[in-house]
Design a protein around this ligand. Structure first.
Ligand SMILES: [Zn+2]
Length: 471
């Protein structure tokens, strides 16, 4: 088979390369990585967008390739998702997995129906290397060393983010600043960071609150994080059962701090400041294995990488609009028993995405600056079942239905309009348990069954007092 690398090595112009050029199972340096991403964008211009989030300390572009139906911009109702690899420059398997995943998704789009639906339902950002400077120092077969782990300034980027429990963890590196800005601008919902040196899916918190006596550092969304990590481990070829690496983890998952605590980690930052559910994936016992192992790593990880993306549709999402139909920006989205250190807020489009497991929740949308709640609000609920059949389960408490009550995407939505506080109680059902028929169409969790709508007073919500966290 004529591979992409071979063609490149002969210096053939990329425009002459076969459309189905095959990425080889070898390591690709910064120059090859850039060429590959540009080539993928060139072949698939309608579903990709290539951009840089900044430059490394040694001035290497931090390239991100977006894949999606509308890759250039956010589409209301479509969750932003990301994969980040190679934050530790000498943990290199994830870097190659991301490149192969890009090729796999782009070649499957329009060919494989399930894959096409998946890509159409999210906007996926892929950063193959967050630490290209470290990568350039690392070397093959160094399974547990640290050469190349750090950035050019000798800083561990996965200790360089603001920490929810430790405000004094230093200056930010160029790579860290770029990622922080990226997280702030894109409102990611779901993310994974790929590492090496172990075989486990780890989830927040990585650090513990001061005075905590427990090793396990549960976040308010611990149930969801466990589910996300378990999903990756279970869909991976060996993560859940392997005894190859040390230490070994029951079921292939661990709470970050329960393994070991660290300050300034990226996943805690994503979660606390970015309202993005990020897990850390350790995908190889050896940090920099021989390249002839890469095909096996790819085969083991592909099903997990793909299945994980479906999790962007867990729980509920919706849009908060005022009485005039305008987006309410920065409204707090509060879920019972899931009180985040910093409350999740609606985006610049008034959207919220709240990944939740099946269950019953009190769900409160709190617009901080609005006048106190009076006796009236209108709430309109539109539901689109995952098979595309629009089914209105609208409920108007007091007030009137908006004329425009059509759901805005192919998934489940709530559209809420009102002043002040709007509290909803909703149930999220797992359709996998309800009907095999629905599973054919989705495999996702689908919320339904509006139990009640009730107003709450502002006073009740004052009991929720998030920490003051800057950055
Ligand atoms: Zn690492």
């Amino acid at each position: 088979m004529v591979t992409w690398r071979l063609l490149q090595a002969f210096g053939l112009p990329f425009t002459l390369l076969a459309v189905n050029a095959v990425l080889d199972f070898g390591y690709h340096d910064a120059a090859l990585l850039e060429i590959f991403l540009k080539r993928m964008h060139e072949i698939h211009p309608n579903i990709t967008h290539l951009y840089s989030i900044g430059r490394s300390t040694r001035d290497v572009e931090l390239w991100v390739l977006v894949i999606g139906k509308n890759p250039w911009n956010h589409t209301i109702g479509v969750p932003e998702v990301k994969y980040v690899a190679n934050i530790h420059g000498n943990e290199v398997v994830g870097r190659e997995l991301v490149l192969h995943f890009i090729e796999y998704l782009l070649e499957g789009y329009g060919q494989n129906e399930e894959l096409t639906q998946l890509i159409d339902s999210i906007r996926l950002h892929l950063l193959p290397s967050m630490n290209p400077d470290g990568f350039s120092q690392a070397f093959t077969s160094d399974c547990d060393g640290v050469i190349g782990r750090y950035n050019h300034n000798g800083k561990d980027l996965n200790r360089n983010f603001p920490d929810p429990f430790d405000s004094g963890n230093g200056l930010r590196e160029a790579e860290t600043k770029a990622v922080m800005q990226w997280i702030k601008s894109e409102w990611f919902v779901l993310s994974a960071s790929l590492h090496g040196g172990a075989l486990v899916a780890s989830y927040p918190y990585d650090n513990r609150p001061p005075g905590s006596t427990s090793r396990y550092s549960a976040s308010p969304d611990d149930d969801v994080f466990q589910h996300l990590a378990q999903s990756y481990a279970n869909n991976h070829g060996s993560m859940a059962t392997s005894t190859e690496c040390f230490p070994r983890f029951t079921g292939g998952t661990t709470n970050g701090a329960d393994w070991y605590t660290l300050r300034g980690g990226m996943q805690d930052y994503n979660y606390v400041w970015g309202q993005c559910m990020e897990v850390t994936l350790e995908v190889s016992c050896c940090k920099y294995p021989e390249s002839d192992k890469l095909k096996d790593f790819w085969d083991e990880n592909l099903p997990a990488l793909q299945a994980f993306l479906h999790k962007a549709h867990l729980g509920v999402k919706g849009q908060v609009l005022d009485q005039g139909g305008c987006a309410v920006v920065g409204a707090n989205v509060l879920v019972s028993d899931h009180n985040n250190l910093r409350p999740f807020n609606t985006t610049q489009h008034g959207e919220y995405f709240r990944l939740l497991l099946p269950g019953q929740y009190d769900f409160t949308l709190l617009e901080v600056l609005s006048p106190p709640f009076e006796q009236s609000f209108a709430a309109i609920f539109d539901q689109v079942s995952s098979c595309g059949h629009v089914q209105e389960v609208g409920y108007s408490a007091i007030g009137h239905k908006l004329p425009d009550n059509i759901a805005y995407s192919g998934h489940r939505n709530i559209k809420v309009s009102g002043d002040g506080l709007v509290a909803l109680r909703l149930s999220i059902l797992d359709y996998n348990l309800v009907s095999d028929l629905f599973r054919q169409f989705s495999g996702f969790l689908l919320f339904s069954m509006l139990i009640a709508i009730h107003a709450v007073t502002k006073q009740q919500n004052d009991s929720f007092s998030p920490f003051k966290l800057d950055e």
